[in-house]
Design a protein around this ligand. Sequence first.
Ligand code: NAD
Ligand code: FES
Length: 286
Amino acid sequence: MYKIIKAKKLVEGIYLMEVCAERIAKTCLPGQFIIAKIDERGERIPLTICDYDAEQGTVTIVFQVVGASTLRMAGLKEGDYFRDFTGPLGCPSEFVGEELSELKKKRMLFVAGGVGTAPVYPQVKWLKQRGIEADVIIGAKTKELLILEEEFREVAGNLYITTDDGSYQRKGMVTQVIEDLIEKEGKKYDICVAIGPMIMMKFVCLLTKKYELKTIVSLNPIMVDGTGMCGACRVTVGGRTRFACVEGPEFDGYEVDFDEAMRRQGQYKAEEATAMEKHKCKIGRG
Ligand code: NAD
Ligand code: FES
């Protein structure tokens, strides 16, 4: 059992939880994820790690309510427990394994979209702790849906925030900011890491390809076991089938077949909607 020591609503529909999971906190690295299960019969929910504290033995997750299971999860409070909290799963971010002296020469740009802002945080923090300041773009639909701004101010070199509706700071999508930074502000980068909705990552890659800017994306397909056994998380990368849970979740963005990944991600939408309705009726919110 894994105790929740902090449970907080960040913005409408997005929640943060700090969970006691000592072994994971001591061994995880940026880019990895966990699978949480509320109880014996609960769905396995894969979530990228947002932060971790090896000394305290805690792992922070951030999730969006997208279906019946995440709606149930949002109802958990401080002092409640997860039945299972498995990890760290997946491969750490590529740069974690690089020689620090080489990494310090690289100019890095992180592009975070919506709730995908959470998994970007441990990467930028890890770099900052090693004396590397990366530029970060955060895109949110509106000011009300922006998360982790203060946390990013402490770890990013330059932080650029944009909202689709212009309700806070810049107006437009993250791709507009990338274009402005490179074309109008003369910024140069060696590597871009983009994490957010599939459609955002697809369009970021189409744009960065134009600038020959290597782009890494983090994929979050449907997962079941998270250990390479079931094949649910398969994606096509460079014409080959890859399992995001054990070979990813990060891949070279130019090689990802995003259209196929988006089709697969949406294949259980009807079942998810039915489960959500049933759960709402059960808790009297229908
Ligand atoms: P969103 O729809 O609010 O989009 C976030 C930002 O992405 C927008 O503000 C915009 O700047 C950018 N964006 C969106 N569409 C774009 C396009 N066509 N071109 C360029 N930029 C675009 O994001 P959300 O509702 O928070 O996203 C939820 C999705 O993120 C879910 O599908 C979830 O599965 C996914 N997600 C992915 C990861 C991951 O590891 N890849 C992690 C968490 C969540
Ligand atoms: Fe089953 Fe990846 S989730 S193989």
